[in-house]
Design a protein around this ligand. Sequence first.
Ligand code: ATP
Ligand code: MG
Length: 386
Amino acid sequence: MGGSVRDLLLGKAPKDFDVATSATPEEVQDVFPRCRLIGRRFRLAHVRVSGALIEVATFRGMFSPDDDRDQQNGRILSDNVFGTVEEDAKRRDFTINALFLDPVSGDIRDYVGGYKDLTERRLRLIGDQGVRYQEDPVRLLRAARFVAKLGVEPDEDTAKQIPSLAPLLENVPTARLFEEICKLFLTGHGLRSLEALQRFGLSTTLFPGLPKGSGPGKILIGPVLHKTLGNTDERVRTGKPVTPAFLIAALLWQPVQERSQALIDAGESEYVALMNASEEAISAQVMRTAIPRRFSAVTRQIWLMQARFKKTQGKRWKRLLYEQRFRAGYDFLLMRASEDPSLEPLCKFWTKAQRGVDFQRDLGYDRGSARDRPRNRYRRRAPTTG
Ligand code: ATP
Ligand code: MG
């Protein structure tokens, strides 16, 4: 159901299969004793079937404002009133996400005209814009994401109010917005996601610390960000790992650079200036989207390394090569060179410096660095919601 039926009909491989059922989570647990019940706002059962994790959701009923469900200014905080399959379809976000595959008959069940919308590549919100975006403002971002990911076009009743509703995102828990930006930018259509966010006027709400662009809700997209998003899409396409740390480094680079330059002009040393500017940029961003510390720590290292790359004289420069985040810092330097050709000699220096270095052997002899070897947990796993 939901996203998986949509992806199958589009000929794309679904990331995951979600199951919807009339059974309550407790009844699901009775049949599958090894399943776990999760979630608060939206209770689900996680069932393991031969190693795969399957999300099983009970059909949700329609929401009405005089319902006793928890809500805050129209935002639904708890959504655990059960209903029929048709009601469940109607409380999904977009029609193309509301298709069900009946496992017994093999039929597609469509209560909202999602099939026709899909064949005509149309994104259509179910119900009234004001109400449905208010209920869950993340749907604004999901609209942008599906435009980017699926190449669908929103109809007028789906798109018109998005720019004016953007401020609703300010009330969404920051952790959820972090998950969303990872889905927007780290799943292979990052450039198109940014285009869609710009078009819908959602960028400034999501990235309040970035310089404003021309047009409401638009940010100024710097070359480093543009280059990084393109590069990230390519890495996803070729199966290489991507990390939120690098993405955040590129997203916030412009304010970091501008602020640190201002501090340098005021007499601060380059390293201290960069450190303070980093701190400010990250603090501003975490007001809107959480950034787990394991990522922001790496982001800071990437930025600070940009100052350290300049020190190519003497004996100490070589140490940098063995640092845990050298490669990420170096890749970031390459992204910057696309904006600033004067960095080319520095890029050449550090490219050459890596030749003939046996990282494995040298790390093995140096206990301090060996401990710092990159660990897999910093690599981003595919988002698990679904
Ligand atoms: P993806 O390909 O990114 O997984 P998806 O459509 O499957 O996209 P999920 O977040 O996995 O998105 O959600 C699964 C389904 O649950 C959606 O297809 C949709 O029917 C429903 N859904 C998800 N989020 C919302 C929401 N905020 N409001 C209403 N329905 C939602
Ligand atoms: Mg999904």
